[in-house]
Design a protein around this ligand. Sequence first.
Ligand code: ADP
Ligand code: MG
Length: 259
Amino acid sequence: MAQRIDVKDLNIYYGDFLAVAGVEMSVEPRSVTAFIGPSGCGKSTFLRTLNRMHEVIPGAHVEGTVAMDGVDLYGAGIDPVAVRRQVGMVFQRPNPFPTMSIAENVLAGIKLNNKRISKSDADETVERALTSANLWNEVKDRLNRPGSGLSGGQQQRLCIARAIAVKPQVLLMDEPCSALDPISTLAIEDLVSELKADYTIVIVTHNMQQAARVSDRTAFFNLKATGQPGRLVEIDDTPTIFSSPREQATEDYISGRFG
Ligand SMILES: Nc1ncnc2c1ncn2[C@@H]1O[C@H](COP(=O)(O)OP(=O)(O)O)[C@@H](O)[C@H]1O
Ligand SMILES: [Mg+2]
């Protein structure tokens, strides 16, 4: 299921503003890649180009290519809606649909895709997705209660269940733990490590310990000054980035000298 990602010469704009410039990177299937770097350097912006969510903002566009298993997501004839189905996303704040039950939340993506499914397939999907998200045992007796009644950490795992219910190939997570307590954070980190067996995962985090714990590769982004574009400074195996990065800017950032 998991796909590789190859980004080449990617420039990302909001209207005339070049927010992120010249990104080149490859992400292997069944791996976790962490994006780190100071606020405003374009981590979220770049992440959203990986499932064509960037362009929903008026004037926002890209130059360059983002290929999944060799197919350019920005190529002619590619349907962005199909891309977003293939590349799921989890956000900073858990955002279950408040009026929907836990089970309905898990199925929401499938229903949005206009897929009709039988009751038994729906039940099976709900159990599979919630089990994969390490939430099944906590909610199996209250599947028809509102998703908004869960704790923050449970809501975030519900959002992950919703993202994986549609069987994506890639999972993008933008600071998924920043609104969570430490115990819920560890639960999400454990989950990320398990999901890696089936998905290509990219996670933005401002927490360097988290990047060190969960990721195989780490990409450091930086920007020289406000108004300048963010750039990928370097990407390497996570232990290398944290012990002997090539660039001084990376060393300064990970040792807490700035950002
Ligand atoms: N919707 C938007 N419209 C215009 N500029 C934006 C928008 N979102 C982000 N930016 C700009 O893009 C740059 C990168 O922001 P962002 O991707 O949010 O950084 P990060 O996630 O690393 O903190 C910043 O200069 C930010 O102000
Ligand atoms: Mg961000």
